[in-house]
Write a protein that binds this ligand. Sequence first.
Ligand SMILES: NC(=O)c1ccc[n+]([C@@H]2O[C@H](COP(=O)([O-])OP(=O)(O)OC[C@H]3O[C@@H](n4cnc5c(N)ncnc54)[C@H](O)[C@@H]3O)[C@@H](O)[C@H]2O)c1
Length: 396
Amino acid sequence: MAEKMAANLDYNVKSSDAVIDTNRKLRVGIIGCGWIAGAHIDCYKLMPDVEIVAGADLIPGKAEAFFKAHGVEGVKTDYASHKEMLDDESLKLDAVSICTYNRQHAEPAIYALKKGVNVMLEKPFTVTLDEAIEVMKAEKESGKVISIGFQPRLDDNMQQIKKIVESGELGKIYYIQTGGGRRRGIPTPFGTTFIENETAGLGALADIGCYSLDLVLNAIGYPKPLTVSGYKSAYFGKDPNYCGYPADKKAEYAAKFGVDDFAAAFVRLEGDIILDFRIAWAMNLDTPGDTIIMGTKGSLRIPSTDCWNGTFYSPMKIYHEVAGLQTVTEVPLIPVSNNPKSDLFYKKIRSFLDAVKYGLPAPVPTSQIIYNQAILDGIARSAELGREVEIEIPEI
Ligand SMILES: NC(=O)c1ccc[n+]([C@@H]2O[C@H](COP(=O)([O-])OP(=O)(O)OC[C@H]3O[C@@H](n4cnc5c(N)ncnc54)[C@H](O)[C@@H]3O)[C@@H](O)[C@H]2O)c1
């Protein structure tokens, strides 16, 4: 069944389409055995055509403890870094999940691709645009699949946004407002890798901002960004009285905080489209607003969502004219299935493995996410310079 229907996605594949030997299992490794690696391994465990053969973490003993905690035996973990694991030819790896912190996305991804290993890379793509360009060069040279970990776009309701835009119901899109955030939600559940500059590089901007950008850019076909005027701040993260930090770590976490907890931008996109964006890990507000997509025939209001996990709390609405009357049409919410194979993480990993197995395009391709990364990079650069910047992406 898995060979006939690829992860319940939008494409069908047959066993005869396979580009690698399907009589053997796909040999998979995990680089970075922290928080999100747990979601990857839980999915791999559900896949009968996958064998988890190796894991690496910079922290000695962490990979071994990780596989033990997840009840997976026989995994090689005696590697001091991604390099040692990828250099081990005996593993015959087909693919790796790269679940490292943001500053360690580009290097392991490039190294894996150069070794001929397919890559499932967690979001955000990278920290800088230059890093993303280098990853794409390695992808091109290797001919391997690299897919970026944007699972919310696989949600049925999120996909409905794209279907509505593509139906033409909204006419020509000219203005988009997007973003999201939390009132108190700086992520420090397992330490400080999200808030230190050395590990994260960017804060809310990249961590959850990348999702809200993907939500709208994917819907409108990822037009090229042209210019960005951006802003970022860190008033909450640097505050030793911030109530979201553990009581005994407030001073330490505030001192270590080296990224942004709020960002905003005004972005010009190709096709005369304006993107108005704001994102927060912490703010004195419930939400920075709904996502809206304005078009010449209709506009779509997407009620403030948790853009990072694809959750919709109330229906979208289309504001349009029907037979001369100003009309509001409510878009019914598609119920979320409890089937583990409908889980967004499962779909993201399954669709990546199906691309590897059947020679399909990457489900979340770098050719799109490079524009997402260019906006994040542009906001960071513009915020530092205090002025609008142009976005330039070379031919790769
Ligand atoms: N898709 C999602 O829903 C989702 C959710 C959470 C986090 N993430 C992303 O996943 C990434 C990791 O997040 P996390 O919460 O698991 O972080 P984490 O800090 O808990 O784990 C990262 C691990 O990677 C290890 N590591 C770093 N560089 C390495 C290298 N070169 N070789 C081997 N190990 C290395 C670290 O030692 C650490 O144990 C982040 O980029 C984050 O944005 C995605």
